[in-house]
Design a protein around this ligand. Sequence first.
Ligand code: GAR
Length: 202
Amino acid sequence: MKKRIGVLLSGRGSNFEALAESVAAGRIPNAEIAVVISNREGAPGIQRAESRGIRTSVIPSKGLEREVYDRQVAAVLDEHQVDLICLAGYMRLLSPFFVAQFPNRILNIHPSLLPSFPGLESQRQALEYGVKFAGCTVHFVDENLDAGPIILQATVPVLDEDTEATLSGKILKEEHRIYSQAVKIVLEGKYKIEGRRVLSAA
Ligand code: GAR
């Protein structure tokens, strides 16, 4: 049976698209994207999913208490019997209810070398701080913001001439690469978690 991935997004959806490409190309073997869910109407990522013939669901979050909202999202994920949830530019903090519902089955991609620069505008934060290397992180999700055990990271050098836009572009390219790798590792179960450390296992 193919492993079923549910993607949650809020916007552009380039990380979703990279995952979909990897599934189609067999870089994430024996898997399918079962559903793409957005909390924002008109998210370009939803259109991208539709044009690939992938099921979508828009569940507007406005005005809803966090757990009430998350219960609706969890119901749709259950309906589609997902094995793994990938946050792909999903700009919401998850409730403890949601995290407990899918233990070690939620991944996130973040555009910084965590634990540096969590939250919003991480690339700008990195540039303004003056770091010489920036990057991205794929990690398991817990109820804290951009926290949880780290599966993979990738670095990019920060050059004198970099702007927020050029740095974001370089990081995004690495995001697309390592997110698929991390999903493959997790779906194949080739890891073990010891404390905060995610180690490889046969
Ligand atoms: C990506 O850079 C992703 O790492 C970031 O949002 C962007 C979404 O782009 N996520 C976060 O900042 C989560 N804290 P995309 O919609 O093109 O994948």
